[in-house]
Write a protein that binds this ligand. Structure first.
Ligand code: UT7
Length: 324
């Protein structure tokens, strides 16, 4: 039995931070940011607005789209690297807020690939007989962003997206998932402090180790390579070609990365979903947010062949092919 997405939802915080705002914070310009990344603005959570607040709202919308209630859920998986706190899992907090009394709940940590990893775990559980699984990608990246570092602070934003999985009939559903990681590249993108290696301390905070550090150029090259490889792997595993693909929903990290991948794959940009101009890189939230927008804009129709693909800290990369 296959798993299929029976509903999607998303939520972004109200506050908009534009490139013009960033010009007043660091030595940058709207022109530089747009040319190098494709990002024009991003959303920022309000003080006190946490990951589970965003994730719950996205989940409620996905449940509504699916025509289900929280009591129908068997499992809640939340992909995030900016959960409310180390314990309990953000998934348990979302369970509490939704009133999903029957569900099991846990978080999945795979940075920007988290949603694709969580979807694959959910898919596997539908295959073992669970009926309804909520998969959420939610992030408050603004709290791990160093707003004095122009090389990273222009990139990230806050948001959440969610899908509900259920059993599929016929040919529809998730055709395959492909998960990869290479821990040798762990230091391309990392938050060094705040965990068990460098626990929170005054010195840790003074050194700024609670913030994302990234080797941007190297990450860029690996991203293009892994996204190209995973697209080819995913289609070939299903004996399909690039021409069969209706929509490509990549992780929204950088428009130049995505255009380079589309060029290599000879994939027309009309088939590619881009929304980083409005949200920046929302890590694990980026794919479900983009997917929900595409569904609501009717860019995804019954029978559409949709590929999702991500890369991120770890280094991880992952993809899935879905017959809608
Ligand atoms: O989900 C997480 C995955 N992460 C990513 O996908 C990030 C991948 N990498 C990137 O997106 C790009 O590497 C960046 C957008 C981060 C940087 O773009 P780049 O074209 O690779 O720029 P660069 O790092 O090579 O820097 C070029 C120049 C440098 O100046 P010099 O040394 O040539 O004088 C930087 O200091 O641009 C400078 N620079 C900036 N200038 C204006 C770096 N950041 C900025 C800025 N505004 N915000």
């Amino acid at each position: 039995m296959r798993a299929r997405i029976v509903g999607t939802g998303s939520y972004v915080p109200e506050r908009v931070l534009t490139n013009a705002d960033l010009e007043r914070m660091v030595a940058t310009s709207d022109t530089w940011i747009v040319e190098r990344t494709g990002i024009r603005e991003r959303r920022i959570a309000a003080p006190g607005e946490a990951c589970s607040d965003l994730g719950t709202k996205a989940a409620e919308r996905a449940l509504e789209a699916a025509g289900l209630t929280a009591a129908d859920l068997d499992l809640i998986l939340v992909a995030t690297c900016t959960g409310d706190s180390p314990l309990p899992s953000t998934a348990c907090l979302i369970q509490h807020r939704l009133g999903a009394v029957r569900a099991a709940a846990c978080d999945i940590s795979a940075a920007c690939c988290g949603f694709v990893y969580a979807l694959a775990v959910g898919e596997a559980y539908v295959k073992t007989g669970l009926r309804h699984i909520l998969v959420v990608g939610a992030e408050v990246m603004s709290v791990i962003t160093d707003w004095t570092d122009r090389s990273t602070c222009i990139l990230f934003g806050d948001g959440a997206g969610a899908v509900v999985l259920g059993p599929a009939d016929g040919d529809r559903g998730i055709l395959s998932s492909h998960l990869h990681s290479d821990g040798n590249l762990w230091d391309l993108i990392c938050v060094p402090g705040g965990g068990s290696r460098i626990p929170p301390s005054d010195k840790m905070l003074a050194d700024g180790l609670q913030y994302i550090k990234m080797k941007g150029n190297e990450t860029f090259k690996v991203a293009v390579k892994t996204l190209e490889e995973s697209a080819r792997e995913t289609l070939s595993a299903n004996h399909l070609s690039m021409d069969d693909l209706d929509l490509y929903v990549p992780h929204q990290a950088n428009a130049r990365i995505i255009k380079a991948v589309a060029d290599r794959l000879e994939l027309p940009m009309e088939k590619v979903v881009l929304n980083m101009d409005r949200y920046g890189n929302t890590s694990a939230a980026s794919i479900p947010l983009a997917l929900d927008e595409a569904v609501r804009a009717a860019r995804v129709k019954d029978g559409s062949l949709v590929m999702i693909a991500a890369f991120g800290s770890g280094l991880t990369w992952a993809s899935a092919l879905i017959r809608w």
